[in-house]
Design a protein around this ligand. Structure first.
Ligand SMILES: Cc1cc2nc3c(=O)[nH]c(=O)nc-3n(C[C@H](O)[C@H](O)[C@H](O)COP(=O)(O)OP(=O)(O)OC[C@H]3O[C@@H](n4cnc5c(N)ncnc54)[C@H](O)[C@@H]3O)c2cc1C
Ligand SMILES: *[C@@H]1O[C@H](CO)[C@@H](O)[C@H](O)[C@H]1NC(C)=O
Ligand SMILES: *[C@@H]1O[C@H](CO)[C@@H](O)[C@H](O)[C@H]1NC(C)=O
Length: 558
């Protein structure tokens, strides 16, 4: 992409921490033409896989940020789980699928969880940042900040090259976002609570180079009620990720103390597999599970996202993915407010929308942890399906959402029951607040170009208004309203049934196979206007121009 001249102006937003949350936020802001500064206290790029399980909804975000194909190409699909029989550990107890890979559908192009180590994901995201002329500033740490009504004053320190000395910098920003992980300072300085529990589970986790173990299986010895060792092949040939844990893993500190002890522990616990040779350790560390979240995601002009706001048991693989969703929810709102196009109150909805989702995520992952403890080799402990794909995460209750059919039902005394924030049936009726589904096989009326899909039309830097209509009279009132907004803010798209395409002064797509109708069919197909937010969420579902006005008034200024 071309480097926008506005991107070289002085950033008004500081992102603290360059993990997946900080990098997603930076990409989202840059895509919106908002300059950012992103600092990272470590002096080197991330080493090690850490959270490698990427969920379908994360791929949809990566798609909107233009990096989905790269992440898919760099990673690998999930392999079968192989449980080895204990004691001994040399006979196979059973093998099972953690996920039954399904084929893409017209509305779900990325149906499966995939693996890509965090080190490799970070590298892809950092390379993408460079395309916008922005680099992560490594070796720069946020020490403290002070809030004022119109800015945040920050104190940073920077490791000077070739000396131990620190260089100090005092500067100010309009907004600061703490993507500084579970141990970060931003949450603490804001005085947010981080309530929850520290569980008894201790883990030693890391990456190693290893030979003689099949790399098409995720190997597991032992279980959580005792001691377990998991060894997972990665997308990098010869590199395996390992995790050792369990309630009887009492000498964890000792095991993590040095390479020799760790090596013999793993070899012994995995039954001294005949051909298995640990060549070297790339990285490892000692962890304890915490299950905690903030009471709120912001205070004044400072926000938190990702692990800085929530941590949980590694069961379920939701942590990184949830941080990506936090950042993507905040990115477009912060962009509009920074540009003066939306009132600052839009930022309140970041907390309003994410807090219930994260609370439910914590409950779900704790439930899996409990199931794992209760039946360590049972299917429930291992399946990574359903809600965990995050396609059912929704904001149906949000104050900026407008859903006309539901309002009408409520007026008739038939209110919709409250549903889960984490899981609504995917493929069912799309309501405002839900993930906006994809639809393939959309053609231009001229049929000159090939077909495209909604996910290629949606845009992380503006709203897209899908107007389903086969008649000019049907779409004209909506189109006139949408056109009152600058096209950089809102893009109208007219979708007609097959054979009904016509040329007008707006973007028209013919729904050749009816996929868009299928995915978005409302309770009444005629009330066919859907506003898709820049984060790929349905902001409004309306059949009436006044309701569309209400949505825009809730989001934009003036
Ligand atoms: C062993 C393990 C396995 C996991 N498995 C999974 C999984 O399968 N799926 C999943 O979704 N998640 C998993 N997770 C969780 C996942 O790693 C985290 O949720 C994810 O890294 C959070 O990303 P983040 O960007 O919010 O924070 P982080 O990745 O922690 O990044 C925060 C960054 O901020 C920097 N920083 C901190 N303080 C400052 C400061 N003052 N100034 C400047 N920079 C600062 C840090 O150096 C760090 O780079 C796992 C975690 C662990 C430890
Ligand atoms: C998990 O187990 C703990 C302790 O037994 C219990 O307090 C908690 O309610 C359980 N949570 C879920 C979600 O199952
Ligand atoms: C938490 O999870 C448990 C089961 O794991 C479920 O019974 C309970 O309803 C959930 N609570 C909330 C608030 O979602």
């Amino acid at each position: 992409m071309a480097i926008d001249s506005t991107l070289s102006s002085t950033p008004k937003i500081l992102i603290v921490g360059a993990g997946p949350s900080g990098l997603t936020l930076a990409l989202s802001l840059l895509r919106n033409g908002v300059p950012v500064r992103i600092i990272e206290k470590t002096t080197h790029p991330r080493i090690g896989q850490r959270g490698a399980g990427l969920m379908p909804r994360s791929f949809e975000v990566f798609g909107l940020l233009g990096i989905a194909d790269k992440v898919i190409a760099r990673g690998r699909s999930i392999m079968k789980l192989r449980l080895w029989k204990m004691p001994g550990g040399v006979e196979v107890l059973k093998e099972m699928d953690m996920q039954t890979d399904t084929d893409p559908t017209p509305s779900i192009p990325y149906p499966n969880m995939r693996l890509c180590g965090q080190n490799n994901l970070d590298a892809i995201m950092q390379a993408e940042l460079k395309e916008y002329g922005v680099s992560v500033e490594h070796g720069v740490r946020l020490d403290s900040f002070k809030q004022f009504p119109d800015h945040v004053q920050v104190k940073l320190s920077k490791q000077k090259l070739s000396t131990e000395e620190l260089e100090h910098e005092d500067t100010s920003y309009d907004y600061v976002v703490g993507c500084d992980g579970a141990k970060g300072v931003v949450r603490k300085l804001l005085g947010l609570t981080f309530l929850g529990q520290t569980t008894e589970e201790n883990f030693v986790v890391g990456d190693m180079k290893l030979e003689g173990l099949s790399d098409d299986r995720w190997h597991h010895w032992g279980d959580i009620s005792d001691i377990f060792t998991g060894i997972r092949p990665t997308e990098d040939t010869g590199v395996f990720n390992f995790i050792i844990g369990g309630t009887k893993f009492e000498n964890h500190a000792e095991v993590a103390a040095n390479d020799e002890v760790l090596k013999s522990f793993i070899e012994e616990h995995t039954g001294n597999q005949k051909d298995m040779k640990i060549k070297e350790f790339i990285t490892y560390g000692h962890y304890r599970t915490n299950i905690r979240m903030v009471n709120k995601f912001w205070e004044g002009r400072v926000f938190v996202a990702g692990d800085a706001a929530h941590i949980h048991s590694p069961t379920g693989g939701q942590g990184l993915n949830t941080g990506v969703q936090d950042a993507f929810n905040l990115g477009w709102k912060l962009s509009l407010v920074t540009k003066g196009l939306s009132p600052a109150s839009l930022l309140d909805t970041y907390n309003e929308e994410r807090l219930p989702v994260v609370a439910e995520m914590l409950n779900i992952t704790t439930g899996i942890l409990n199931a794992t403890r209760a039946a360590p080799t049972g299917d429930d402990a291992w399946k990574r399906t359903g809600a965990l794909k995050q396609l059912g995460v929704n904001y149906r209750w949000s104050s900026i959402i407008v859903d006309e059919p539901k309002e009408r039902l409520a007026q008739e005394g038939k209110p919709h029951c409250a549903t889960s924030a984490y899981y609504v049936e995917v493929g069912g009726e799309v309501q405002a607040g839900d993930r906006a589904p994809d639809a393939m096989a959309l053609a231009r009326p001229s049929r000159r170009e090939g077909t495209t899909s909604l996910f290629k039309i949606f845009d992380a830097s503006r709203h897209t208004v899908l107007i389903f209509s086969d008649r000019i009279e049907g779409y004209q009132p909506f189109l006139s309203l949408v056109k009152a907004y600058p096209s950089e803010l809102v893009r109208p798209i007219l979708i007609t049934s097959a054979g009904k395409g016509f040329s007008t002064d707006c973007d028209v797509f013919v729904d050749e196979e009816g996929h868009a109708q299928d995915a978005y069919r409302g309770p009444e197909c005629t009330s066919g206007v859907f506003v898709i937010r820049p984060d790929g969420v349905v902001g409004a579902r309306v059949g009436n121009v006044d309701k569309l006005v209400r949505y825009f008034k809730g989001v934009f200024r003036g």
